[in-house]
Design a protein around this ligand. Structure first.
Ligand code: ZN
Length: 236
């Protein structure tokens, strides 16, 4: 490991997720959390898997199997330190997503979500994705949305969301249509993100990556610790 990388990894920054406006620096993750996160990420499909670019099917049966799926997704999201997760990310082509923006609140599941309304006001923020290791790109999205869905018991839901909650819901709904943050960012950012992702998959965490990657990506590519330097939100 190069000195630069070691410095990067041993500074304050094995973190996640850290709000972009938050001056406060979170404490480093403890080894148990890092190990749990790494184990969870092994169940999350990664960039290049065709399931991530395939449109998911509507759920028709609200049974115990669906509730098991939701419970499993909630646990994986929790362990991976994400704030959202969509079923295609765990290899299931169902229109199912889970999210939790506030650490202590229960996991919210949305089944067959439909965007009913979006406000005109837009907001741009850096987003990461559990399926795109180490990538953060700027994504512009409506600040306010209204979504109709069902919960895992088949009850109708009407969600009016703003800010980070609206962003997470839109990110996860994109996954249900096979759309990734790479499709929502500028050409330049997409190009450098794809270059970084190729490097991660080719170099598998060796120092060879270091010449090609930005500091944000370097943490995960070379450290291989299952954590990275986060300047935005790793959404899910
Ligand atoms: Zn994602």
């Amino acid at each position: 490991m190069s000195d630069d990388v070691r410095d990067l990894l041993t500074e304050e920054h094995l973190l996640e997720p850290e709000g972009p406006d938050d001056e406060h620096v979170s404490p480093a993750l403890d080894p148990e959390t890092v190990a749990r996160r790494r184990a969870a990420l092994e169940h999350v499909r990664q960039w290049g898997d065709p399931v991530l670019t395939t449109r998911a099917r509507a759920v028709e049966t609200f049974d115990e199997g669906l509730r098991d799926e939701v419970r499993r997704m909630g646990a994986l999201m929790h362990d991976a330190l994400g704030i959202g997760l969509a079923a295609p990310q765990v290899g299931i082509l169902h229109r199912v997503l889970v999210y939790r923006v506030e650490g202590d609140s229960p996991v919210q599941a949305l089944i067959n979500p439909v965007l009913e309304w979006k406000g005109r006001e837009q907001d741009t923020m850096e987003e990461g994705c559990l399926s795109l290791p180490g990538v953060l790109v700027e994504v512009e999205r409506p600040l306010h949305v209204r979504v109709r869905a069902h919960d895992e018991h088949g009850e109708e839901l009407l969600i009016e969301a703003s800010g980070l909650e609206a962003r997470v819901i839109q990110h996860e709904m994109d996954h249900l249509d096979g759309v990734l943050i790479l499709d929502r960012t500028s050409r330049d950012q997409r190009k450098s993100a794809v270059r970084a992702l190729r490097c991660v998959s080719l170099c598998a965490g060796t120092d060879r990556c270091s010449g090609l990657l930005s500091p944000v990506v370097l943490g995960v590519a070379v450290g291989g610790l299952g954590s990275w330097v986060v300047r935005g939100w790793v959404v899910g």
